[in-house]
Design a protein around this ligand. Structure first.
Ligand code: PGA
Length: 252
């Protein structure tokens, strides 16, 4: 299975020129990858400029979209519009969107709209806090069941699920997630999918996100059962991001 590294730029790049420089620097250093897909997710307004700046070797993802293909939704961007400009992936249910009120039900509708438009959803989920009980498992199971309800096992095989424990995300993270904690959560995700679709043969890629950097990434791939990673802060520094991609490529 190919690994995947998805850079989530969030709303941290404020000018077109900075977005283009970042994209070009990353792409220029990442020719000839064999077993790793690379995706960069700029803000909506930077999607087209970033595509124009690149050499076409790196895929582009959006950070969110509306659930409807078109309509009276002032200020929103639809999956159809994203597909039309050449976007391939869309992050859905990121914890920063969930904090703004997005529910598993909303994510579920968006997953279908994104697939219908011909793009790949990256469904982000993860518990808010982790203690030494198994309570995180119930949170994850509910998120998987509700966000992916009604998605067929064939469709599931082509989507990406990102385990992103909220307590390990961003500069205010409590601490790093360990590879073992990552593995436990990813196993819970696969277990839940197995319950939803008995005999599921092709499995989706499940990746890890939350304070990923060049020093800890190998652990998530080698011991955490992750098929890739979703770095936020580390995706804004081209050298750092390229190192992460190379490490993933060499351990996959
Ligand atoms: P971080 O962000 O790598 O800066 O913790 C990850 C994310 O929010 O997707």
């Amino acid at each position: 299975m190919k690994a995947i590294v998805i850079g989530n730029w969030k709303m941290k790049i404020t000018t077109v020129i900075d977005a283009q420089i970042l994209a070009r620097s990353v792409e220029g250093s990442l020719r000839s990858l064999e077993s790793t897909d690379v995706v960069m997710c700029p803000s909506h307004v930077h999607l087209v400029p970033v595509m124009h700046a690149g050499f076409g070797g790196i895929m582009i993802g959006a950070q969110n979209c509306h659930k409807e293909p078109k309509g009276s939704f002032t200020g929103s961007v639809s999956p159809t519009q994203l597909r039309d400009i050449g976007v391939s992936y869309v992050l859905l249910g990121h914890s920063e969107r969930r904090k703004a009120g997005e529910t598993n039900g909303d994510v579920n509708i968006k997953v279908r709209s994104v697939m219908r438009a011909g793009m790949i959803p990256v469904v982000c989920l993860g518990e808010d806090t982790r203690d030494d009980t198994d309570s995180y498992k119930e949170v994850i199971k509910t998120q998987v069941r509700e966000s992916l309800d009604g998605v067929s096992s064939d469709e599931l095989a082509s989507i990406i699920i990102a385990y992103e424990p909220v307590w390990a995300i961003g500069s205010k993270a409590n601490r790093e997630c360990t590879p073992i904690e990552c593995k436990q959560a990813i196993e819970t995700i696969h277990e839940t999918l197995g319950e939803m679709h008995q005999g599921m043969i092709r499995k989706p890629r499940v990746i890890y996100g939350g304070s990923v950097n060049r020093d800890n990434v190998a652990g998530y791939i080698l011991h955490g059962k992750a098929n890739g990673v979703l770095p936020g802060r580390a995706s804004l520094d081209p050298d750092h991001f390229v190192d992460i991609v190379r490490i993933v490529e060499s351990h996959n």
